[in-house]
Unconditional design. Structure first.
Length: 68
């Protein structure tokens, strides 16, 4: 079960095209989902970790631009 204030459309896109710009990566030994921006940079979309302290590190905040 997944509780969220977001709509179904925001969580489950209707087409595969919506996922073309996203990629699962390992960055500095951390797992995450990144999104490719229009200018070719990569932006952190989601950090995947079981360590709560990882979410307190500014380098892994969603929206942070990273170099790959």
């Amino acid at each position: 079960m997944f509780y969220t204030p977001l709509s179904n459309h925001d969580i489950l896109p209707e087409s595969q095209e919506a996922w073309e710009n996203y990629q699962h990566v390992t960055y500095n030994n951390k797992q995450g989902i990144v999104e490719k921006t229009e200018n070719g940079d990569w932006r952190i979309a989601q950090l995947l970790s079981t360590n709560p302290n990882d979410f307190l590190i500014d380098d892994y905040l969603p929206g942070t631009i990273i170099k790959m």
